[in-house]
Each structure stands twice: as structure tokens, then as C-alpha cells.
Design a protein around this ligand. Structure first.
Ligand SMILES: [Fe+2]
Length: 393
């Protein structure tokens, strides 16, 4: 007997190399005639915005590029995009880029059909469905194209606009757009996808659909992330990672994340002024989050260890479960990513404040399979500061 559960995602997903050519026909079918393309300067300089404009033009959709997206966008950056969108007479939005550009695009699409601004929508919600929206990732990791969230930073903390209306009309996942990502960006975004799959698998909101998708996503990351990192032109690896990221995004859009993401947010800007890429900021502490949560979920963590390539055949379940963080840490080392907080500039004296910040994320704590205590978080961050797993002590 299963519990009842909902399952939501983008209204349509187009996956595969070359699918970006269809952005015009897809957006036109959703009612667009004049679209703003929300992107950043790097993506625009790479020629992708022009390619999207040409595909839109072929389908009879006018377009203008706004390339002001920034990583970890502040509310102000989001508002700038909204002002531009409202002033331009547009009736549709394309988000083209990493998670930041796609999150800003969601805000822009809300602004075309709703009064108000980002902070008001976060506090009070919004009522009307978005203007036609296509989301096209150029990295393989954030999963924002199939999530119901847009994250912005205020001077104090990161805040999320969350609504089931934020799913786009179409998510176009074209692995060809990810080929030019340099190795470190491939590693940083790919590890974020793995965190989404693992945390969604741990989440108390997980269901049989998200569990199956999460395991397949983890298997794909284990198979392809090292390859994509070593050789960016390996198209099979790029396709594998684009699919892994999409699957992890679908998991996140339903089961959401646990304290893995809260622990990552707890020690980066704006909490400490440390500006670190999202993926590895989360990933540094994730082995320790897995160790913390394994006690509550031996079976699930043994399954994670298995799909991440550990030999769990014939060993006790408890031992198999604690191989999951070992496998994750090995992947971090293979990708040249940091494995301790001291390596990235965290001071030991910050640990009580950082630990306390996790408790300020009540939704992450609620979804976590093990109760989150201040004492538990101080211990977790002490281990993360040293970068030592219990089995290594
Ligand atoms: Fe993430």
C-alpha cells in the first residue's frame, strides 16, 4: 500500500541535441508573439542568444535579448529584469543559461501577468498564471528548468519564490548547449545535480516515482560526470549529464532538498560574504549530511552507495550505507573539488553561527529524514571543517 502523492513537472520537456531549434515553434504554440530572452553576457557572447533569436524569428516570434543575469542573483538584479520586461511590451519569456538566468526568467514571466514585485510575491504569493515561458539550460546541474522555485539573495539571506505556477510551458534540454562549459564549471554544476538527486532521495517528500528517477540520475552522474569533466567534447558524456541533471531537477521539483542545501547556504554569501559556486558549496558538506542521515535510512544509503559504484554485495546493510558518503567524497576528489570547509576560507569560530543558520531553514529541516538539532549540526560542521568522515577518524 503506497501513500497518495502528487507529481508535477514542466508542461512539456524536449530533450536532445539540436532541440534548441524548436524553441520558436514551442513558444509560438504557447501564444508568444514578442519574447524577451533573459540570459547573461557569457552565454550571449558564446552566440547562443543569437541562435535562440533566429529560431524564434523563424517561427514568427519577435525577440530582444536582456543579458544582465548574474550568478547568485540578488533581488535587485531580478527587479532590473522585471523593469526591462514590463517596459518592453513583451508577451513571453525565454530563460537561457544556468540556474540564475532561468530563475530570473521565471520572475520576468510572473511580472507580465501579475502586479507587484519579487519580495511581495515571496511573502504573499501571486495569483495569475505566468506569461508563456521556455527554459533552456546551458549547464547540466541546476534543474531549474523543471523546478517550481526561483532563488534570489537579499543582504541577509537567500529567499525562494515557490509556486506550482513557476513550471515553464516547455523545458528545452539541448546537451549541445553545454559543450563549451569548462571543466571546473562542468564539475561544479554536475555535482549540484547529484546533490539534488541524493537529497530528493533522502527527503520525507520522496515518493516511488521520484525514488526511481533519483537513482537513475545518480547512476548517470557516476557514469558520465568524470568523462564530461575530463573531455568537454565527449558528446555521450554531455548527453548523459544533461539527462542526469534533468532527472535530478524533476526529483527536486517534487521531493525537494533536505539539509544538504541548507548546510551549503549556511556558510556562503550572504551569511559570511564567501562567494562560492553553488554546486561545490553544497557538495563540500554533503558527505557529512549523508553520514548524518544514513542512520535514519540504512537501506536508501546502501542503494546510493551501490549506484555510485561501491561494492555492497554481501556486506552488512549498515556498512553499505556508510559507503555512500565515501563514494561521494571520492567523486569530489576526482573532480578536483574541495572536501573541507577550511580549504575554502571558513573560520573554525564561525561553526556555531553556521550550524544555527541551518535551523533557520525550517522547510529543509522538515524534509530531512533525521531530526535536525543544533548539537547535531555543530558536530556535522566540525567534521566538514576538517573534511573527515567518521570512518577516516
Ligand atoms: Fe542546487
Amino acid at each position: 500500500m503506497f501513500n497518495t502523492f502528487p507529481f508535477r513537472t514542466a508542461k512539456k520537456i524536449l530533450f536532445g541535441t539540436g532541440t534548441i531549434e524548436q524553441v520558436g515553434t514551442e513558444l509560438r504554440a504557447a501564444g508568444a508573439t514578442n519574447a524577451v530572452i533573459v540570459t547573461d553576457k557569457t552565454i550571449a557572447a558564446a552566440g547562443w542568444a543569437e541562435k535562440v533569436q533566429s529560431a524564434l524569428g523563424s517561427a514568427g516570434v519577435l525577440s530582444v535579448v536582456w543579458d544582465g543575469a548574474e550568478s547568485e542573483p540578488s533581488v535587485e538584479v531580478g527587479e532590473r529584469a522585471i523593469d526591462f520586461t514590463r517596459a518592453g511590451g513583451f508577451d513571453a519569456v525565454v530563460g537561457l543559461g544556468g540556474g540564475s538566468a532561468m530563475d530570473i526568467a521565471k520572475g520576468a514571466a510572473v511580472s507580465l501577468t501579475n502586479e507587484g514585485h519579487i519580495m511581495r510575491w515571496i511573502k504573499e504569493g501571486f495569483k495569475r498564471p505566468l506569461a508563456p515561458l521556455a527554459l533552456c539550460p546551458t549547464t547540466a546541474g541546476t534543474g531549474s528548468e523543471v523546478s517550481d522555485t526561483a532563488v534570489f539573495a537579499t543582504p541577509e539571506l537567500k529567499v525562494g519564490l515557490v509556486s506550482s505556477m513557476l513550471y515553464p510551458d516547455v523545458a528545452i534540454v539541448d546537451p549541445g548547449l553545454t559543450v563549451s562549459m569548462p571543466g571546473p564549471v562542468t564539475a561544479n554544476t554536475g555535482i549540484d545535480a547529484l546533490c539534488h538527486a541524493i537529497e530528493g532521495f533522502q527527503s520525507v517528500q520522496a515518493n516511488p516515482l521520484t525514488d526511481a528517477i533519483a537513482l537513475e540520475s545518480m547512476r548517470l552522474v557516476n557514469k558520465y560526470l568524470r568523462r564530461a569533466y575530463c573531455k568537454g567534447s565527449d558528446m555521450e558524456a554531455r548527453e548523459g549529464m544533461a539527462l542526469a541533471s534533468l532527472l535530478a531537477g524533476i526529483v527536486m521539483g517534487n521531493a525537494d532538498t533536505t539539509i544538504g542545501h541548507a548546510c551549503g547556504y549556511a556558510y556562503v554569501y550572504p551569511a559570511t560574504k564567501l562567494h562560492l559556486p553553488h554546486g561545490f558549496a553544497i557538495a563540500i558538506t554533503l558527505p557529512h549530511v549523508m553520514e548524518y542521515n544514513a542512520l535514519a535510512q540504512f537501506e536508501k544509503h546502501a542503494m546510493i552507495a551501490d549506484v555510485l559504484g561501491e561494492d555492497v554485495e554481501g556486506i552488512p546493510l549498515r556498512e553499505a550505507a556508510y559507503l555512500a558518503p565515501v563514494a561521494f567524497k571520492t567523486l569530489l576528489q576526482d573532480l578536483g573539488l574541495p572536501t573541507s570547509l577550511q580549504e575554502v576560507g571558513v573560520d573554525k569560530g564561525m561553526i556555531p553561527m553556521i550550524a544555527n543558520n541551518v535551523l533557520k531553514s525550517p522547510n529543509h529541516c522538515r524534509r530531512n529524514p533525521r531530526e535536525v538539532t543544533e548539537k547535531g549540526m555543530i558536530e556535522l560542521f566540525t567534521h566538514a571543517y576538517e573534511g573527515m568522515l567518521a570512518c577516516e577518524m
